[in-house]
Design a protein around this ligand. Structure first.
Ligand code: AMO
Length: 449
């Protein structure tokens, strides 16, 4: 027989209040829990907003429907039509007395992953069954927050007159150094998955668009198997012309600040689900010079392996700052701070030297404690200087032809930065593993789902 009932949701569980008492509602969601007492049964129906208690009474329902609702396996997707009744026993102060039920998607048994189990399953089981993992409210909250963060960035860029762009992900040239590239066949040529939109976003500075941003995937074939590295991540990139580095830093501060404030305003329930408290950072963020950090680390005798001899020695100017170094700095600076005035040799070829000292770059990082969130800087816009820097790094000019061409026909001064969406989400949600912030993470051991 044709089903003439409209099973569309009329309310979310969390929307139900006193005004709905004694009215009819249709709820849609998943069966979280069932307790069958014979003539009566309690069912917890979970939707995106929360949980509703259904109190099924055999005397007010067709036997067939009562039997169906008490026997439907946990985590099945159902729609329920019923009356909202005030109740002193139900936690919410109300319950639903159902009279019609439709099973939309029956769940198989046993479940590969418990949704309401007190004990958290291991990461691999969770990622292998991500659709069930996301039924847990605190896991769903991570992605609600991630969505707010990406929209906050977009909001600021659009307010500040940036133009959204998309650049190719299949490319012929490395951007961030040749070691971390995924290679692929492109018909009869070799191609790579792009590590960063760097060369393309800079090329856009020669077009007159002036300010561009891109939120898109970046691929790094790094061997790192850490809680901070992914092989595919989402990069929030921007580039702006006719200004200086301070303009770029200001936009970055605004993006980060807006991400915090929008999450605080719209995701307070999600933060509660994650049992995490955040405070919106104040602008301007503190700025530390690379040299000051090295001095501090040398004063506590932080040791590292010499690049040439491999022997242990105290850290000195010119060394990259290892994670242990940033851990020391994080003891005094557990939150956001810029690291500026890096040595030229520690920054990519496209970063401009300081006008006062050619050993020092106009590149910066933004850290949160020991974690790097952002890299960026004032770019080289003089074509001759850029070619020299590319050659000095032992890179082949030929591979950069399309990029260099844009510098030969009127390239304005420009700066920009790249922010890892997952690292920012990790910090705002208070999670310790970056994999938590990606639906289907790609790491050294994981290619499915
Ligand atoms: P960089 O290589 O420092 O700079 O990357 C910028 C930011 O991207 C994020 N990120 C990653 N996140 C997760 N997994 C990874 N493997 C990974 N690699 C990078 C980090 C990092 O701070 N072109 C420059 C940016 C610029 O100058 O505009 C770049 O890509 O949050």
């Amino acid at each position: 027989m044709k089903d003439y009932i409209n099973w569309k949701r009329t309310k979310f569980a969390a929307e139900i209040g006193e005004d709905d008492y004694n009215t009819e509602v249709t709820l849609c969601g998943w069966v979280q829990y069932t307790r069958d007492l014979g003539k009566m049964a309690f069912i917890h129906l979970r939707d995106r907003s929360g949980v509703a208690q259904l109190t099924a009474l055999s005397k007010t329902m067709d036997k067939e429907i009562f039997d169906l609702i008490v026997s439907v396996p946990r985590e099945s997707a159902i729609s329920v039509r019923g009356i909202v009744k005030q109740s002193t026993q139900a936690k919410a102060g109300w319950e639903i007395i159902p009279y019609k039920v439709k099973v939309m998607g029956k769940a198989s048994t046993p479940l590969p992953l418990g949704v309401v189990d007190k004990v958290e399953a291991d990461m691999d089981t969770r990622l292998d069954n991500r659709f069930l993992d996301l039924r847990k409210p605190h896991i769903q909250s991570i992605f609600m927050i991630r969505s707010t963060i990406l929209n906050a960035a977009r909001e600021v860029f659009l307010e500040e007159d940036f133009v959204e762009i998309q650049t190719p992900k299949i490319v012929a040239t490395a951007t961030e150094g040749g070691t971390a590239l995924f290679e692929m066949n492109y018909f009869d040529k070799k191609a790579y998955l792009n590590q960063s939109p760097q060369l393309f976003k800079q090329t856009m500075m020669a077009t007159g668009l002036d300010r561009v941003f891109e939120i898109g995937p970046a691929f790094r074939a790094e061997e790192h198997d850490t809680v901070r590295h992914l092989n595919e991540y989402t990069s929030i990139d921007c580039e702006m012309a006719w200004g200086d580095l301070d303009d770029s830093l200001e936009i970055l501060e605004k993006v980060i600040q807006r991400a915090y404030s929008n999450v605080l305003n719209t995701n307070y329930m999600d933060l509660e689900n994650l049992q995490h408290k955040i405070v919106s950072p104040e602008r301007p963020f503190p700025r530390l010079k690379y040299g000051e950090i090295i001095e501090k680390l040398a004063s506590i005798d932080l040791e590292m392996a010499d690049e040439v001899s491999g022997k242990k020695r105290t850290i000195e100017w010119g060394d990259d700052i290892p994670l242990e170094g940033f851990r020391e700095i994080a003891k005094d600076r557990p939150s956001l701070y810029f690291v500026t005035e890096w040595p030229m040799k520690l920054k990519p070829f496209y970063i401009q030297p300081s006008p006062d000292d050619h050993e020092i770059s106009q590149g910066f990082d933004l850290n949160y404690g020991e974690k790097e969130l952002v890299s960026g800087g004032q770019r080289v816009h003089d074509p001759g200087q850029l070619k020299t820097l590319i050659k000095e790094r032992g890179l082949d000019l030929e591979g950069f032809k399309f990029y260099l061409k844009a510098f030969d026909y009127g390239m304005p001064p420009h700066s920009g930065w790249g922010l890892g969406a997952e690292r920012l989400t990790m910090i705002i949600t208070g999670l310790s593993n970056v994999r938590e912030t990606v639906l289907f993470p790609r790491d050294k051991h994981r290619l499915t789902p």
